[in-house]
Design a protein around this ligand. Structure first.
Ligand SMILES: *Cc1c(COP(=O)(O)O)cnc(C)c1O
Ligand SMILES: [Zn+2]
Length: 445
């Protein structure tokens, strides 16, 4: 059985007010600041670094459900006081960390790994955070709190994860999607799970405003699932811990991660912080946040050393899950980058499309957001910020199969204003064996 001496609370980033995790809060009720989930680090430190490593390793992909989950295998660091019966898990986390040696050679990098977060129940890393949020909501409902539905605005992957986890736990879901701005796979997921799906003629930022409005009054009983809610961060923060564990507790020099609402980068660094505070690692990896030039408010703020922040009107990008102009977690992400001495890069549509397609020729199947991270890696390498001998991990945030339209259009050269460099087309030929054999001979001559 798990020990329960470990504790966590909400704390406001701005005024440091503290609240119980049993309160229904999305922001600080005193100053409207963003909330963190803060752990009792002294209690965690009572267990030695070696013991923690052994505990995590003994569960990883092998313990009994739900502790085989990459998230719940680290429950003491995630939601220590949650009752085991309330865990809503679909086997998230524990995703492959894959070396890509031939590709890295082309980039003049000695050690490059891809963390395949898209190999997950709903096809994106959003499952990591949603398992925690939905579990906590299930517990709140059991404890008699008034919650009749969970709701989110989404660029596609959050809603897919929410619809799935909440349906699994038999909790109704309300979803607000920007009309015609998400992929078909992303749209059909919550529909299949029986969520109420509102398709709104606005962008993500417009949907976010709506959902904040409808969840702001507790009397409505509608619970907010966007990453403003720090419970999501608690699950997502396991990814950095998991990567380091998969490397035998070796700390890479760099992580690259695409950023939109900036919850995921904040979570990544929270994981490193816990590893550092427990002395499991003695160095903090640097993080590079990758944005699309068409939705680059964080990049712009970075250029100004984060002294100011201006929301932008996000323009259409193939990396549709990061088409966000006013990221909710800006302050968290700024703190995270300052902590890890991070950087921000941006890339064009053509760069992200060609880089995705290029990695695919090495056997991967790259979603456009991972394309943004990879294209940023190439730029940072060219600038000399990332060096040949450094170990680099790219966080792949979604499965390429969620973005098949993007792939099809790329290979048909139908992406507007993009010169597709790595096109491959089916060979059209009659069903005649001699012709086919001739063709094969040509291919290998
Ligand atoms: C949500 C999402 C992101 C961005 O994560 P944030 O936490 O919003 O920065 C990146 N890639 C994919 C595939 C996503 O679904
Ligand atoms: Zn506050």
């Amino acid at each position: 059985m798990l020990k329960t001496k470990y504790k966590a609370i909400f704390r406001c980033m701005d005024c440091n007010s503290e609240f119980s995790l049993d309160e229904i809060l999305f922001r600080c009720p005193k100053c409207n600041g963003l909330l963190d989930v803060v752990h009792d680090i002294d209690a965690i430190q009572e267990t030695s670094p070696l013991e923690w490593k052994q505990i995590f390793e003994s569960r990883f992909r092998q313990a009994k459900h739900p502790y085989s989950s990459g998230v719940w295998g680290k429950k003491e660091w995630v939601l220590p006081e949650l009752h085991e019966d309330h865990i809503v898990s679909l086997g998230e986390g524990g995703t492959p960390l894959v070396p890509v040696p031939r590709f890295s050679k082309k980039l003049n990098l000695e050690n490059l790994w891809i963390k395949q977060c898209g190999i997950s129940h709903t096809g994106s890393f959003k499952d990591l955070g949603m398992t925690v949020l939905v579990s906590k909501v299930k517990e709140l409902i059991e404890k008699g709190k008034y919650i009749k539905a969970i709701s989110c605005a989404s660029t596609g992957d959050t809603s897919a994860a929410l619809a799935s986890y909440a349906s699994y736990a038999n909790i109704p879901v309300l979803i607000f999607l920007p009309k015609d701005r998400i992929s078909l796979a992303q749209l059909i997921q919550p529909i299949a799970n029986g969520a109420y799906v509102f398709s709104i003629d606005t962008d993500f930022d417009g949907c976010m405003k709506i959902v904040q409005e409808i969840t702001s009054n507790p009397e409505n009983g509608i619970y907010l699932a966007n990453s403003m809610n720090p419970l999501r961060i608690e699950g997502q923060k396991t990814v950095g811990i998991e990567v380091i564990q998969q490397l035998g507790w070796y700390v890479p020099d760099w992580f690259l991660i695409p950023g939109g609402n900036l919850g995921n980068v904040s979570a990544l660094v929270e994981g490193f912080k816990l590893l550092y505070e427990t002395k499991i690692i003695s160095k903090i990896p640097r993080v590079a946040v990758a944005q699309s030039h068409n939705a680059n408010p964080f990049y712009k703020s970075y250029l100004n050393r984060f002294l100011s922040f201006e929301p932008v009107q996000a323009k259409k990008t193939l990396a549709s899950a990061i088409q966000i102009g006013n990221p909710v977690s800006f302050k968290r992400a700024k703190r995270a980058l300052e902590y890890c001495n991070g950087v921000v890069e941006e890339v064009t549509e053509e760069e992200l499309a060609n880089t995705s397609a290029y990695l695919d020729t090495f056997g991967m199947f790259t979603d456009p957001h991972t394309g943004v991270a990879l294209a940023s890696l190439i730029k940072l390498k060219q600038k000399g910020i990332i060096e040949e001998k450094e170990t680099v991990v790219v966080i792949s945030t979604a499965h390429g199969l969620k973005f098949v339209e993007f792939k099809v259009q790329y290979h048909k050269k139908e992406l507007p204003n993009i010169h597709s460099q790595y096109v491959n087309q089916p060979i059209m030929i009659e069903p005649e064996i001699t012709k086919i054999q001739e063709k094969i001979q040509q291919l290998f001559s």
